[in-house]
Design a protein. Structure first.
Length: 232
């Protein structure tokens, strides 16, 4: 993937922050100024930090490590799922279930339960009553909303990619406690503390969110392809 330019960021609307009365002073170093009561993000810093984050993702994907996409807000949910799947990675896009990183054994038990129920629904439905099957379907739907995107993840993720750290504060807290590095989009109202690879940018606009997700997914896919070609 070619290095991302400031023009790319402008086209995606990455520079628009929140209203100046909603800012986090810890983001001051990443802000260029304000216009019409809206903070403007310093894209000269964003372009450097985004390309640095993509280099980290390149290293991780070239080593076959797992990336967990996290974004449960309405604007991000579908895009997080779409782009995580496009690069065969994992995602949480509906609700962060407490303990995903800090209580992994319990999460694995829930994953085993989900897979068992899905197997029943797919292969053994005739052995159960309609009432029992309906109960299984409801349970599977509920579990899929919280852990469906990680049901094929056999160990803790090696890195998190997060949209909106304010919304996903539990994910940040658990990743920090588990010493799992974080690549995250930080808007003008975000807290950069605890984020290993910050990317200052708009975390609300669908166009911006899709831009980030696409860049991450393309980076992962390209390095998987490069690794496969080197092995053959």
């Amino acid at each position: 993937m070619q290095a991302i330019s400031i023009k790319d960021l402008l086209d995606a609307g990455v520079h628009f922050g929140h209203k100046t009365n909603r800012w986090n002073p810890k983001m001051a170093e990443f802000l260029y100024g304000h216009r019409n009561g809206i903070h403007i993000i310093d894209l000269q810093k964003t372009v450097v930090l985004l390309n640095e984050a993509l280099k980290i993702l390149k290293e991780f994907s070239s080593q076959g490590k797992n990336v967990l996409f996290v974004g449960t807000k309405r604007q991000a949910s579908d895009l997080i799922e779409k782009y995580a799947k496009s690069c065969n990675q994992f995602f949480i896009n509906k609700r962060w279930l407490g303990g995903i990183l800090t209580n992994w054994d319990t999460i694995q038990n829930s994953i085993k339960r989900l897979k068992k129920i899905e197997d029943i629904l797919e292969n053994h439905s005739q052995s159960y009553t309609k009432k029992e099957l309906l109960k299984f379907q409801n349970t599977a739907e509920k579990l899929n909303k919280s852990i469906g995107g990680i049901k094929d993840l056999n160990s803790k993720p090696d890195l998190l990619f997060i949209i909106d750290t304010n919304k996903e504060f539990l994910a940040v807290k658990e990743a920090n406690k588990s010493e799992i590095p974080i690549v995250a989009i930080l808007d003008s109202n975000s807290n950069p503390v605890g984020i290993d690879y910050p990317i200052p940018g708009n975390d609300d606009a669908i166009r911006s969110i899709e831009f980030y997700c696409n860049a991450v997914a393309e980076t992962i896919n390209e390095n998987k392809i490069n690794n496969q070609s080197l092995k053959t």
